[in-house]
Design a protein. Structure first.
Length: 251
C-alpha cells in the first residue's frame, strides 16, 4: 500500500474496556498504523458505569461455565479490569514491535462512550473496540466479510477502507455504503479499491432513511464499520449503540 509523507501527521487511537478487548482488534489497529505510517495510541478505559453497577447490593455475577451466581465487588472488578489491561498492553507491545511502529499505552478511568470520542485534531483515526470484536477473526464458513461505510465529508475515509479491504484480501467482502448520492463517484472509487486489494467485493448502496432498519437487522453481522466523526452526535451515538463490531471513526 502506498504511503505518502503527509501520513507522518496522522495518529491512531484504539480504545477498549474490559468487555471489548480482543487481539483481533489490536491487529487491525496495528495494521492500520503500519499502513499509514502513523503512531498508535492504546487507551484502556476503567468503566465508571460498570464499577457503579458492580457495587450495587443486588448485582450478581453469573459464571459462563457453571451458570452459578456469585456476589461481586468493586475491588474484584478492578482486578479483572487491570488484568485485561495488562493483556491489552502486552498485545500492543508485541504486535507493534513486529511491524516496527511507534506506540503508547494509557489506562484511564471514565465512561467508555465519552473517552472513545476525543475532540483533538491530532487524532485522525479512532478505533472503538466493541463487545463482539471477535468477528474480525471468526465467521461461518464461506460467509463474506461485512463492512459498513457511512459516507460523510471526511477525506480520510477511503484510506481507512483501503486498510480494511487489504486486511480481507482474497476473501469475499460485502460492503454496505450509506451515501446521500447513490451511484456516485464514491461507489466507483470503492469498486476500484476492491480490485486494488484483490478482494471479491460486492457493493450494496443504502439510503440514510433506511439505515437504522438495516442496522437492527444486521447490526451484529458486520465485521467492521467506518464512520466519520463529523456526524451529528446523537446520530453517531445511536449508531454505536446498535453496532457490535469494531468501529473506525475518521476525522
Amino acid at each position: 500500500m502506498t504511503k505518502g509523507p503527509e501520513n507522518q501527521q496522522h495518529s491512531i487511537m484504539l480504545t477498549v474496556d474490559v468487555g471489548s478487548y480482543s487481539k483481533n482488534t489490536v491487529s487491525l489497529a496495528v495494521q492500520m498504523a503500519a499502513s499509514l505510517d502513523a503512531e498508535l495510541r492504546g487507551l484502556f478505559i476503567e468503566d465508571e458505569d460498570l464499577l457503579q453497577v458492580t457495587d450495587l447490593p443486588i448485582t450478581r455475577e453469573i459464571s459462563l461455565t457453571t451458570a452459578r451466581e456469585r456476589p461481586t465487588s468493586v475491588d474484584q472488578m478492578q482486578r479483572s479490569m487491570r488484568s485485561v489491561a495488562r493483556r491489552f498492553e502486552a498485545a500492543l507491545k508485541q504486535e507493534a514491535a513486529e511491524l516496527q511502529i511507534a506506540w503508547s499505552f494509557d489506562y484511564v478511568r471514565g465512561r467508555a462512550r465519552d473517552m472513545g470520542l476525543p475532540q483533538g485534531s491530532d487524532v485522525t483515526y479512532v478505533i472503538l473496540g466493541q463487545p463482539v470484536s471477535h468477528r474480525l477473526g471468526s465467521r461461518p464458513q464461506r460467509a463474506p466479510r461485512r463492512i459498513l461505510l457511512i459516507a460523510n465529508r471526511s477525506r480520510h475515509q477511503k484510506r481507512a477502507l483501503e486498510v480494511v479491504l487489504d486486511r480481507f484480501s482474497h476473501e469475499k467482502v460485502a460492503l454496505t455504503l450509506v451515501d446521500e448520492k447513490p451511484g456516485g463517484k464514491l461507489a466507483t472509487e470503492i469498486a476500484q479499491l476492491g480490485l486494488k486489494t484483490d478482494c471479491d467485493l460486492s457493493l450494496d448502496e443504502l439510503s440514510r432513511d433506511y439505515l437504522f432498519d438495516q442496522l437492527v437487522r444486521l447490526g451484529s453481522g458486520f465485521d467492521c464499520a467506518i464512520i466519520s466523526r463529523h456526524e451529528n452526535a446523537k446520530f453517531l451515538a445511536r449508531i454505536l449503540k446498535t453496532l457490535s463490531c469494531p468501529v473506525i471513526l475518521v476525522a
